[in-house]
Design a binder for this molecule. Sequence first.
Ligand SMILES: C[S@@+](CC[C@H](N)C(=O)[O-])C[C@H]1O[C@@H](n2cnc3c(N)ncnc32)[C@H](O)[C@@H]1O
Length: 346
Amino acid sequence: MTPEARSAATASLAAAQTDHLPVLITEVIDALSPVDGDVFLDGTFGAGGYSRALLEASDCQVIGLDRDPDVLSEAAIWAPLFDGRLALEQGTFGAMEKAVEKHPQITGIVLDIGVSSMQLDRARRGFSFLRDGPLDMRMEQSGVSAAELVNAADESVLADIFFQYGEERRSRALARAVIAARSSARIETTGALAAIIEQASPSKRPGQPHPATRVFQALRIAVNDELGELAKGLAAAERILGEGGRLVVVTFHSLEDRVVKRFFQQRSKHGGAGVSRYAPDTPDATAPSFEMISRKAVTAGKTELEQNPRARSAKLRAGRRTAAPSHPEIMSGLGLPGLVASGSIL
Ligand SMILES: C[S@@+](CC[C@H](N)C(=O)[O-])C[C@H]1O[C@@H](n2cnc3c(N)ncnc32)[C@H](O)[C@@H]1O
């Protein structure tokens, strides 16, 4: 590396360190227990906080995977500081087998579900009702945007998305308000959508979250198929990891945590909780494929909560792969909310 490249890399690394404060980092590293020679997949690279901690904790290799192209172009500037031990891949963790196919056997996988502070803080990405920008929300920066969804989906579909993915109790009234607003002008910005939801909601009492919080969460989950990705990612991790391999997952809301909790319950019990009792008697196919590293979800301690309020809702669950084959079920029994409305999305 030339001295100029090294100083650009060091500056870019310093910026990444302040862009996003990694959550439960000590607990993540403890659960992954890196030793020299390990190969980790960080399936949600973001600002690379977990990856850097792993690379600093042992002489391991890390594959940093993220679906957001901005993440990878920024990290490419500082990755050479780790002397070839950090490889970057663009893609989704639901398809993580593709990202790891040219790398050595993976010994640990970590997923930190959701959006990064960089995505939330940049108005042009359209994730936040606090920053006015185009109503986008696409992590991959391709596919159907939130604006396309809110301007074209049927009322019943929008209500279903708000209810199922945002757990919004006023889902029907809010969907009606969106349909009424878009009949006079397309809804193109985060500010416009937040104002529509605010006007259609009872006035907010002190200490209550912004009335658009749940609707924005729901649209983000729908646009990025976040729960489908999570279920596919967990099953792919199970197939990739060999005996002793570790899977660590950090989630930020109850819908995500329910999927991870049920996945580990299903996979760590004999007979596989959630597998039909009428299934053919195939003991090997339902032998526990994981043993739990910690029995209960791990949450942030007082010190971390004081430094990083985002850690408030974080939950870590972790398991160690057994020698049993992967479980036959992928999507069922995980508590994935299904959209029931039959109208058109676009
Ligand atoms: C909470 S941040 C991760 C922060 C990271 N642990 C750190 O310490 O900097 C989540 C990241 O995961 C990425 N992401 C979310 N869903 C993904 C998916 N299905 N596949 C790949 N990346 C995903 C997002 O683009 C975002 O950059």
